[in-house]
Design a binder for this molecule. Sequence first.
Ligand SMILES: [Zn+2]
Length: 291
Amino acid sequence: MRILQPSRTVYAYFDGRVAGYRFAPGDNWVDDGALSLGIASYAIVDANEAVVYDTHVSVAHGNFVRNHLRQLGAEKITVVLSHHHLDHVAGTSAFRDCPVVSNARTAAHMTRTRTAIENGTHDGLPAINPLVMPTQIFENRMQLRVGSLQLDLIEANIHSDDATVIWIADEGLLLAGDTMEDTITYVAEPEGFDIHLKDLDQLWELQPERILPNHGDPEIMALGGYEKTFIRATQQYIRMLKRMVSEPELREKPLNEIIRGPLDAGWVNLFKPYEAVHKRNIEAVLAAKLS
Ligand SMILES: [Zn+2]
């Protein structure tokens, strides 16, 4: 695991994007959805307080984050979950004595699927057992303080219907969870595309100076994150997927042609494993029978 420091107060804990390295043999959600694409979770640290944004892909990863925070002298730790997908909530056991904040939809998704996740039958193995649940629920917006910093937790429907992003207005910094990914968004809920586009416009309204996604390029994270045009790149790709419903010829084009504009502008970068994600996304869009 690599520790990056995108800003004075923000640390990224990055794992994956390592050729030949696997968490476990065979198909599993840790390698296939997370480590192959690269995944970061984050901590915002000020004075002796910290907010941990997602607990990573395993309890061992969560413990790694916690040890680092201990070294930094953070005594009061609060966990915030970006959404309910397993690669974001698997390490929460490492923080089970801390408050765990999520929006109400995230908590509801986790409650509904808890038994299957703990048995390893939800997205398959590895099981997360016990699945540590949120202890504090919010709707729409919530404010948290970390030392002298104010964080705004903002609910959104992008990528999943239960996204929570963290906006640090003082630093112009948006922690985006899975609402954006470099190279392309991973489509889990194509029926929500129109809401995703609208809620991405809401994030644009914040005018962030930098954006930090959970899945992206560690070199860019280390330099402070993506520019706000990352939001436009995500919208462009969603619109192309929508067009594929009525324009079958687009489905055959390689990913680098589908997102040529954003690539040429440097808003996102082509990371090869996302070509497989793109194929999956097209299947998901067609299966959803969007009109
Ligand atoms: Zn994810």
